[in-house]
Design a protein. Structure first.
Length: 256
């Protein structure tokens, strides 16, 4: 076992994780990573969390294996051979709303925006420790389970906005607007509280499932992406407006 592998296993044991992992039932995860050592570390870590792991070594392999069975989570390295993680994410998102976590050595805001654009739910930046991985996976799975079981409404109409909960689609002025699962969840939470300011911390907890406040930039970037899709002028928003010192609120668009 290499020093890197031994270090990761030590971190796993030190986390206090029980032998049963974090899950009440076993879930399938697809890990697409071309670096052998990193893929092995991810596999060991996810198995400790209770997942059944399927491995893919490049972008084409990831899509082939994704099409062969049902997964509850997909983890994609950004810089893979044949197809990048962004390309794989985009293709998977055409077929499924499965949670997707990007794994990358890149930590630039534009890379995070790119991932959000193609429908990723979150990012993990290499190198990372086991506790960070555990917290991120907890949050993503918690959010996914919340969305799958949250059926307080099937259809809601707010002004010229219509949200379809069952299909996670929206219409604005009777025109369908494609959103990623994160964008839909974000808009749904804001729109369910019209004209009420919602803090970034609340959005981070309710939409992403995070209990800490270390990832507020995810909220800001997702809001920026959402505005490009639902606003007539994203630089001068009238639907999702900023409430300084608090967060954001959804306003009913004024009649034209």
């Amino acid at each position: 076992m290499t020093t890197q592998e031994n270090s990761a296993v030590t971190s796993s044991k030190d986390s206090g994780l029980s032998s049963k992992g974090l899950l009440a039932r076993e879930l399938n995860v697809l890990i697409a990573e071309d670096e052998l050592v990193m893929r092995r570390l991810l596999k060991q870590s996810m198995e400790r969390l209770g997942f059944i792991v399927t491995e893919a070594v490049d972008g084409d392999d990831a899509l082939l294996k994704f099409g062969a069975q049902r997964f509850h989570l997909v983890m994609l390295d950004v810089l893979m051979p044949k197809r990048t993680g962004f390309e794989v994410c985009q293709e998977i998102r055409r077929q499924s709303n499965v949670p997707i976590v990007m794994i990358t050595a890149l930590n630039r805001p534009e890379d995070i925006i790119q991932g959000l654009k193609f429908g990723a739910d979150n990012y993990i930046t290499k190198p990372f420790n086991f506790k960070e991985l555990e917290a991120r996976i907890h949050a993503v799975i918690r959010r996914s389970m919340h969305l799958n079981h949250h059926h307080s409404f099937e259809v809601i109409e707010i002004g010229d906005l219509t949200l379809f909960n069952a299909t996670q689609e929206i219409e604005i002025k009777r025109q369908r607007v494609p959103l990623t699962p994160i964008e839909f969840a974000l808009l749904r939470h804001l729109a369910s509280q019209v004209d009420r300011p919602v803090s970034k911390e609340e959005l981070l907890q309710e939409v992403w499932g995070y209990l800490d406040t270390d990832n507020l930039n995810l909220v800001e970037l997702a809001i920026r992406r959402l505005r490009t899709k639902i606003e007539s002028d994203a630089s001068n928003p009238t639907r999702v407006v900023t409430v300084r010192g608090v967060g954001y609120k959804y306003c009913v668009a004024p009649p034209e």
